[in-house]
Design a protein around this ligand. Structure first.
Ligand code: ADP
Ligand code: MG
Length: 263
């Protein structure tokens, strides 16, 4: 909650962002900004367009209209790896780790998204390039694994990790890319209360490192505790923004949630 004055610099600036899937307007003329040091939350009922917003920011989908500026550069519709090199990293709503690779190898894959990094294939085949890249990055990867609390499990196969730790591993892989902005899509989904506590503590420590965060989350207690600023979507359009305490009292927000059966 600290370090989020309105005076800080805009890291991400989304203007008029629009995405249609056939006749459906999944994201509708959205304006949104994340400032340096902020933890922002993107909330809204199921199907309101939250994941699509992340997919547009990270270049997974091309937008129909609008601009995405990241520390002053236009990044809309660049390929995902270019956007990642610029400093935007993400995790996914459905976990995406390689279960038959070790924790270390999974984390190292974050480097594959960086310049001259290693690919999934090179990792799997243990090529010379993979071994050289591994040697060069070992300290860095170990440092991140230590930071997220997974260093003592670095040689475990990812499939042997409890689910909560697999989600943390995804965050580690995103951090390896050295982001200025981290986008998290429902990182607490499927976690027990102890794991959620650890996750929230980690998100705060990531923020303390100066990384701005845009978090999709449907558990209001998490949003209330973490977010400096909240954007609320309904049917792809922003219906409210402000502090959590303010938006949770907003009649339009309450109507949107009541009308869509939660989430
Ligand atoms: P949320 O993350 O808020 O639950 P999504 O962004 O996943 O919502 O989806 C918003 C809307 O866009 C939904 O109606 C969904 O069915 C639709 N949608 C998302 N991705 C696609 C796609 N690739 N093709 C067609 N429709 C999609
Ligand atoms: Mg989603």
């Amino acid at each position: 909650m600290v370090g989020s004055t309105n005076m800080s610099r805009e890291v991400l600036s989304v203007r008029g962002l629009t995405k249609r899937f056939g006749g459906l307007v999944a994201v509708d003329n959205l304006d949104l900004s994340v400032r340096e040091g902020q933890i922002c939350a993107l909330i809204g009922p199921n199907g309101s367009g939250k994941t699509t917003v992340l997919n547009l920011i990270t270049g997974v989908y091309k937008n129909d209209h609008g601009t995405v500026e990241f520390v002053g550069d236009h990044v809309q519709n660049l390929p995902p790896h270019s956007i990642c090199w610029k400093g935007i990293a993400r995790t996914f709503q459905n976990i995406r780790i390689l279960s038959s690779q070790t924790v270390f190898q999974n984390a190292l894959l974050g480097k594959g998204y960086g310049n001259g990094g290693v690919s999934i294939l090179q990792t799997a085949l243990n090529t010379r390039k993979y071994r050289e890249a591994t040697a060069a990055c070992t300290d860095e990867v170990n440092g991140i694994l230590d930071f997220v609390g997974l260093l003592d499990m670095k040689d475990e196969y990812a499939r042997n990790l409890p689910y909560g730790k697999q989600r943390i591993l995804e965050i580690a892989r995103a951090l390896i890319t050295g982001p200025k902005l981290l986008l998290l899509d429902e990182p607490a989904a499927g976690l027990n209360s102890q794991e959620i506590h650890a996750l929230m503590e980690l998100i705060k420590r990531i923020s303390d490192r100066g990384i701005s965060i845009l978090l999709i989350e449907h558990r209001m207690e998490i949003v209330g505790k973490l977010a400096d600023w909240v954007f609320v979507l309904n049917h792809g359009a922003k219906i409210a923004e402000g502090t959590f305490d303010k938006v949770k009292e907003d009649p339009a927000v309450i109507r949107a949630y009541l009308g869509r059966g939660g989430r």
